[in-house]
Each structure stands twice: as C-alpha cells, then as structure tokens.
Design a binder for this molecule. Structure first.
Ligand SMILES: [Zn+2]
Length: 335
C-alpha cells in the first residue's frame, strides 16, 4: 500500500519483538545493511534485528527480482535511491508493505521468520510497493489510481522480467478484476473508497486504458508507455501532482486521448463493464480454473502486447549489476 503519512514511530515499535530461532541456513539479522545497484539506481536494504530462516543471499535475491521486475516495466528503476527496511516478524510470508514519498522515497515491509525462499519467490508485495515509487502522490480522493496502478502493473512487470508465468498473471486477473466493478450505490472512483473500488477499481481503469491505448495506436503503444512518460516527466512518488496533470502527460506520451477521457467517465459515476465479453475478445478462456489462450480472437494481439510490451518478451530485462553486502555499506543513515 501507499502511505500518505510518515509512520516511523509505528515501524520502530515493531522491532522490539526479536525472535531467536536457530536452524540450518537461518541468520540472525542485526541491522544488516546491503546495497543493490540496478542501472543508475541504488537500493539500500536495511534488515532490522530479528531472525530469518532464509539466507541473506536469498533475501537479497527477492529484493533484486522485485527491482528487476519494476525496472523492466518502466525501463529503469523509478528513483535514484530508495531505502528498503525489512522487518523480521513472526510467522511465514511477506506482509504489511508500505511505501512513502518522504525522505527521498522509502519502503518498509515485514518478512515472517519462517518464510522459505519459495515464499519470497512467489511474493507480489515488494514489487507492488516498488511500483508505487513510479507515480506522483495525488490527492486522497484519487488514492484508487495509486493502488490501481500498483495492483495492475505488478504481475505484468514480474512476467516481463520472467519472474511470473503469463498464464498465471491472466488467471489471477480474470479471477480478481471483477472485484473492481461498481456495486449498487457507487458514485465513481473518486467518491467510492471501498477496498474493491480502490485496488481493483483502479486496476480496472488501468486495464481498460491499456486496451484502448493499444486499440488507438494499433498495438504500438500501451499503458506502459504512458506511465513511463509520466515518470520521465518527473512524476515519481516524491512529487505532489494534480491527477489530471499526470493523465495529460501520459496521454501525450502515447499520442492518444485515453487516460483523461476514461477518467472523466469513471470518476464520479458507476461505469459498468462487461468483463466476460472482454475476456472473450482477448482470447482468454477459463476451463476448470485453467487459462487457455485463443490466438485468433479480435484482441489476441493486444493481449500479447499487454503481456510482453511492444518489444520481444524478455529482451528488455534490466538486471542488478552489483550487490554489496555488509554493515559498513550504510554511509547514508536515514535522515
Ligand atoms: Zn499499494
């Protein structure tokens, strides 16, 4: 999630819970700090005190994969520098991700002590948080666009960096996107602040925009180009922008009036969508919980372009170029 307010005090309180579990491969963290350099960006990883079952290498690989995914989608890591605070906690799995625009951009996330590498490899949350870095902060009523972009882009970014299977990405989108449809009494995305409309309503806006940009540009451009345009114009999480400014810049980047006009349709009224019809047009069939792609459906090429971008799959991967591990790497203490 994206946090508007600085909650440092809350974060610090949680590290009082130190769990000591000694098992093969586990390590006890003691304010371990590492740096991952990806392209021209630097991710400083600070692991709070605690114990984790996964090795230090595997923990950093998880961070690296998320950074690669976001960098592949946006063409670069969104910020020159970000601080990632990993807080070991009890249990298993990744939770409580929060991303802040303050202090140059930072992320906090909790990792359960019993998490395995598989848990981290399958995690979506850290990629979601890093996508938040790539869009400006907007007024509270537009929170849906921040969560919608993070929700929609995260699995596509992981597919493009080869960290998620495309079939799984579409299976989950078909399974979940209907939660963003307007219910009775809906007053549009700017006025209906339910969980479904915020996360999946925002994702629905992104999906519809992605399809329409592809339609208007004969599959030459997509939402990724619009979002890169916004980021390249300086619209990252450190900036406070009017939403319409971001949408207009995105539209200019793709040479089509999609983001602004779709916003006008969805902002203050329920805008219903026939999702089953879109899946059919996109050549996506679900049978027994499994996805089948139909390659001669009207929007099959758009489906491919949404999944892999306008360049060949995997050819635009961005890899971390160096990982520096050690307590001394932190020569940039939090301000
Ligand atoms: Zn979020």
């Amino acid at each position: 999630m994206k946090s508007k307010k600085f909650r440092g005090a809350v974060i610090c309180a949680s590290v009082l819970c130190i769990i000591l579990i000694i098992s093969a491969g586990s390590f006890r963290t003691d304010q371990m700090t590492s740096t991952i350099v990806i392209g021209n960006s630097r991710i400083d990883v600070a692991v709070e005190k605690g114990t984790l079952q996964v090795s230090k290498d595997d923990l950093l690989k998880w961070v690296q994969w998320a950074a690669e995914s976001v960098s592949t989608y946006y063409g670069r890591f969104p910020l020159p520098h970000v601080l990632l605070r990993i807080i070991p906690t009890d249990g298993k799995g990744v939770r409580n991700g929060r991303t802040f625009g303050q202090r140059g951009g930072f992320i906090t996330i909790h990792v359960g002590a019993n998490s395995t590498f598989e848990d981290l490899a399958n995690d979506w949350m850290l990629t979601h948080e890093m996508v938040h870095l790539a869009f400006p902060s907007v007024a509270d009523e537009h929170h849906w666009i921040e969560e919608g972009i993070a929700t929609y882009v995260e699995p596509i970014a992981r597919v493009r960096a080869k960290h998620l299977d495309a079939t799984e990405m579409w299976r989950e989108l078909v399974r979940d996107l209907h939660q963003g449809l307007p219910a009775a009494g809906d007053r549009g995305l700017d006025n209906t602040h339910t969980w479904g409309r915020t996360y999946w309503g925002g994702a629905l806006y992104c999906f519809l925009a992605d399809i329409d940009i592809h339609r208007q540009t004969q599959n030459k451009k997509g939402l990724d180009d619009a979002l890169r345009g916004i980021l390249d114009a300086g619209g990252d999480i450190r900036q406070d922008w009017e939403l319409t400014k971001a949408l207009d810049i995105g539209d200019r980047a793709v040479g089509a009036k999609v983001l602004r006009s779709l916003y006008d349709k969805m902002k203050d009224q329920p805008y219903d969508v026939d999702l089953p019809a879109i899946w059919k047009q996109s050549g996506i069939e679900v049978e027994g919980g499994k996805i089948h792609f139909v390659d001669d459906a009207p929007l099959s090429k758009t489906r491919e372009a949404i999944t892999y971008g306008s360049v060949a799959a995997g050819s635009n991967s961005v890899s971390a170029i160096s990982v520096v591990v050690g307590d001394t790497a932190m020569n940039f203490p939090p301000r």
